[in-house]
Write a protein that binds this ligand. Structure first.
Ligand SMILES: NC(=O)C1=CN([C@@H]2O[C@H](COP(=O)(O)OP(=O)(O)OC[C@H]3O[C@@H](n4cnc5c(N)ncnc54)[C@H](OP(=O)(O)O)[C@@H]3O)[C@@H](O)[C@H]2O)[C@@H](O)CC1
Ligand SMILES: [K+]
Length: 494
């Protein structure tokens, strides 16, 4: 059990602090101790290196000044015992290591160097990163950055132990010159910061080694993030009644599509349909009606020249999606002001969010789907600090500030936290692809229209995470195209 590592990842993640705080307790409950955990961590990582090794492997282990270095020395010694050529590059004085890490250093009897200029880095086939783990904060020291800049440029595999050095495993912040791993073998439990935003690119292929204490850990500690894989989602998806018909599945009104921006509103409306909404109406600029309707005759498309023209449409809708292609001119502002007053569940996206940032209002029962730029505008508007690298904090701040369920989009990642809509999860981390905001808002609208509040934003977000995570292995975390997402959502709803 101790040497196991797996790419079959659990669907919960934690902060670094939680892992540091409770790993001892989990070890105790599992009848072991921290010293053994470090040995198991080293063994698990070595197993991965060894299992996936090519012939004539030359391994460079780079160590830091904490327990992550201890794991590294154990990997190095195991390489040595297995007859693999190994060198340890100590970026910090190893004599100053403490406790189990010091012990692991003493038990390593192979080659040691203290500066990378002493060795020809290009001779190595694998670099094992044991510089920083869950204890890392802030920026990398200058000498570490210079070394990582060289390593990152080498076309060799890089295996990070627990966390790629330079990535904050709680927030997902990536320090300049962080080590870009091809594979990260993380220990005990997934850390939420490894799953979102730019961190994803630095983590590479993510593996988990539970070290025999993961079950005890999960039973003791409440996860900060949840995500679903496809199988779980399919098992829990809402079922449609066999005798249902269009009026049993809600009516979404998508509003947007200013002059020259018909595409966005069409994408959102089509997504709402494909997500299973019984009826979808579109209120758009008079120039766009023909373009929006073309080839998608299920849509009911209305030319709306003034805000007054919205009233009969709002009266029939069960959910509104406002913002795709809306623009910010006087026409857009008048529609925004009218819609924001309704009591209907509302999904606000794109320019709807930019208008909200200019005219913040109190409301409940709404979902905001900003990308980071829109998020920054939403928060700057109320003078809140926006730490753009910490996507978890951004989504939590918007969620609190606007009393809104918030889904933060972004290249390669998405984070959601629910607020006033009745979603029964406590927040999650998830992945989505860039450029699919209109689709996302449409799908959320479509699901809300069907009364799937508990499913719409958060579960959708976590589901997309699962999909993107699966896909990431194949296409380098590029995420998915809108068409793929449509197909998957159609699969969910049957
Ligand atoms: N507990 C266990 O037995 C087990 C632990 N395990 C392993 O231990 C890892 C956690 O170990 P860890 O807590 O020692 O943290 P780690 O990341 O190695 O280094 C912290 C050091 O770095 C320093 N530092 C931080 N930021 C810095 C910066 N910007 N620039 C410069 N220095 C900086 C920091 O300094 P400080 O902030 O204290 O001043 C401190 O000295 C974990 O990821 C896993 O691999 C596993 O073996 C399982 C069993
Ligand atoms: K590391």
């Amino acid at each position: 059990m101790a040497n196991e590592y797996s790419d079959n990842l659990p669907q919960v993640a934690y902060t670094s602090q939680q892992v540091q705080q409770y790993e001892g307790q989990a070890a105790k409950l599992s009848g072991t101790n921290l010293t053994t955990l470090m040995r198991r961590a080293g063994h698990a990582a070595f197993s991965y290196v060894n299992d996936t090794m090519s012939s004539h492997e030359k391994v460079l282990v780079i160590t830091g000044k904490g327990n992550n270095a201890g794991d590294g020395f154990i990997v190095a010694q195991l390489c040595r015992e297995a007859g693999i050529a190994v060198t340890v590059l100590t970026l910090f004085e190893p004599k100053r290591l403490a406790g189990d890490a010091q012990q692991a250093y003493r038990q390593y009897h192979g080659k040691l160097v203290s500066t990378y200029s002493e060795i020809d880095l290009s001779q190595f086939t694998t670099v094992v990163d044991a510089v920083f783990g869950t204890g890392f904060r802030g920026e990398l020291p200058e000498h570490v950055r210079t070394c990582f800049d060289c390593i990152n440029n080498l076309p060799i595999r890089k295996v990070a132990l627990d966390v790629p050095s330079g990535v904050n495993a709680t927030t997902g912040e990536v320090a300049p010159s962080a080590l870009m791993a091809s594979t990260t073998v993380t220990f005990i439990a997934l850390k939420q910061g490894l799953l979102s935003g730019t961190a994803k690119r630095f983590v590479g292929n993510l593996l988990l080694a539970g070290l025999g204490v993961d079950k005890a850990f999960n039973s003791q500690v409440t996860a900060t993030s949840n995500f679903l894989n496809h199988e779980t989602l399919m098992a829990t998806r809402p079922q449609r009644a066999l005798d249902s018909y269009k009026n049993s599945h809600g009516h979404v009104l998508v509003i947007g599509g200013n002059h020259g921006m018909a595409g966005a509103v069409r994408l959102a409306a089509e997504a709402a349909l494909r997500a299973g909404a019984g009826l979808v109406s579109v209120a758009t600029h008079p120039d766009n009606t023909a373009a929006v309707l073309y080839g998608r005759y299920e849509l009911m498309v209305h030319a709306v020249a003034t805000a007054e023209a919205l009233l009969p449409l709002l009266n029939k809708a069960s959910v509104v999606v406002l913002g795709p292609g809306l623009g910010q001119d006087l026409w857009a502002q008048s529609l925004f002001r009218r819609v924001i007053q309704t009591k209907l569940p509302l999904v606000l996206d794109a320019d709807g969010l930019n208008l909200l940032a200019k005219e913040p209002v109190a409301r409940s029962n709404w979902v905001l789907t900003p990308h980071l730029g829109e998020a920054r505008r939403l928060l700057n508007n109320v003078n809140a600090k926006v730490d753009e690298a910490d996507r978890f904090a951004v989504v939590s701040n918007i969620s609190k500030q606007y009393q809104a369920t918030t889904v933060l989009k972004g290249p390669g990642s998405l984070v959601a936290q629910q607020q006033s809509i009745n979603i029964n999860r406590s927040g999650c981390a998830a992945m989505a692809s860039a450029g699919m905001g209109d689709v996302l808002s449409g799908i959320i609208g479509g699901l809300l229209a069907q009364g799937m509040e508990a499913f719409a934003a958060t579960n959708l977000a976590v589901y997309i995470h699962g999909l993107a995570a699966e896909q990431a292995a194949d296409d380098g975390a590029k995420g998915m195209l809108a068409g793929d997402l449509f197909e998957h959502i159609r699969g969910i709803l049957g």
